[in-house]
Design a protein around this ligand. Structure first.
Ligand SMILES: C[S@@+](CC[C@H](N)C(=O)[O-])C[C@H]1O[C@@H](n2cnc3c(N)ncnc32)[C@H](O)[C@@H]1O
Length: 331
């Protein structure tokens, strides 16, 4: 197939266009083995014409489908190792599954492969367990947090599941991240209790000048509404009031604290109280660490408290503007 055999037209679907560009760049003339039944396979079949020698799918439901005079065959039945494999669908999950089929097939694994996906990896959408948790959590309460931060939080809940201490959230606002923690606990049949600290009526007037600009923010919530949202969640306890005073009501060992308070003074006070309560292997997960300029004072609170604790913990900066601090395990 020469370069003149097909030209990439602007009305082709985006995935088809992209794959054709990769095919052209590869300099290969076929024969092309198309993998993954769907719209893009149909387009490619028509455009590449006689240079397509077979169409394949690994999924049972598409066996025997036809495009003109070509019929979908089982991918595992392809044994000739001729030409080049083109993975047609754009969906990340499908591309991933097709690649898995190719990588682990003794026949296909040495063949050249072309694929594309326009989607970035977003585990909250693409990991089945995470997606189901996120959907349930969002139905209960919205979150102001981005999906990479939500995923970090779910991982922290899962990573600490073997511990027995309860979970604390400082800064709950409308309950979005609290709802995510609770749904993650349900997902793994985890009976840890969840304590939620907030004024539930807006950030109390800060005592420090560097925090002054936060005063009164997050006041567009109602305690009654939050209480209603978590009414059916066994093991969830709402503690309303200024965290600087209420945090001392936790006195038992904890396994995880999600700290999302924005100010220096609240971050400093909760860290000082919660770190000694944290079990070995437990995690403090700070939101907004590294979120500048507003949360620079919060970073100072965390850095200064842990400056002399290098040997007691792992500090893991999260590029999604957070930091995870894990107390070393005794083992
Ligand atoms: C960024 S919001 C929390 C968002 C929530 N974690 C989410 O993603 O869904 C910060 C919360 O911290 C609370 N907060 C900060 N300092 C506080 C304090 N000293 N006392 C009580 N609540 C405080 C605010 O009222 C606000 O609701």
């Amino acid at each position: 197939m020469g370069r003149s055999s097909f030209s990439v037209q602007s009305y082709y679907p985006e995935q088809t266009r992209q794959l054709l560009e990769y095919i052209e760049a590869s300099g290969k003339n076929g024969p092309f083995q198309l993998v993954g039944f769907g719209e893009d396979m149909k387009w490619l079949c028509r455009i590449l014409g006689e240079h397509v020698s077979g169409i394949y799918d690994w999924r049972e439901s598409f066996q025997g489908y036809d495009i003109g005079n070509l019929f979908v065959q089982r991918l595992s039945s392809y044994t000739r190792r001729e030409g080049i494999l083109i993975i047609c669908p754009p969906e990340l999950e499908l591309v991933e599954e097709a690649l898995r089929q190719v990588i682990f097939s003794p026949t296909l694994c040495t063949m050249p492969v072309i694929w594309n996906t326009p989607y970035a990896y977003d585990p909250c959408l693409q990991e089945t367990w995470a997606r189901s948790i996120c959907e349930k959590a969002a139905a209960r309460a919205p979150s102001v947090n981005s999906s990479d931060r939500l995923f970090n939080l779910m991982q922290a809940v899962r990573e600490t599941t073997r511990l027995s201490g309860d979970i604390v959230e400082c800064g709950t606002f409308e309950g979005g991240t609290a709802s995510l923690i609770w749904e993650t606990l349900q997902y793994q049949n985890d009976s840890r209790k969840l304590f939620l600290f907030d004024s539930f009526q807006g950030l109390p007037t800060p005592r420090l000048g560097v925090d002054a600009h936060w005063g009164g923010t997050f006041s567009n919530i109602s305690f009654a509404e939050i209480r209603q949202r978590f009414a059916d969640c066994a093991g969830v306890k709402l503690i309303d009031g200024n965290i600087l005073e209420t945090i001392y009501t936790v006195n038992e060992p904890i396994s995880l604290a999600h700290i999302d308070v924005d100010t220096f003074e609240a971050a400093e006070a909760v860290t000082r109280h919660l770190w000694p309560l944290l079990e070995p292997g437990g995690i403090l997960l700070y939101d907004d660490y590294g979120f500048f300029p507003n949360c620079l004072p919060l970073k100072i609170a965390v850095d200064d408290y842990f400056a002399d604790k290098q040997s007691e913990c792992l500090k893991f900066f999260l590029p999604s503007n957070g930091i995870m601090i894990r107390r070393n395990d005794n083992k």
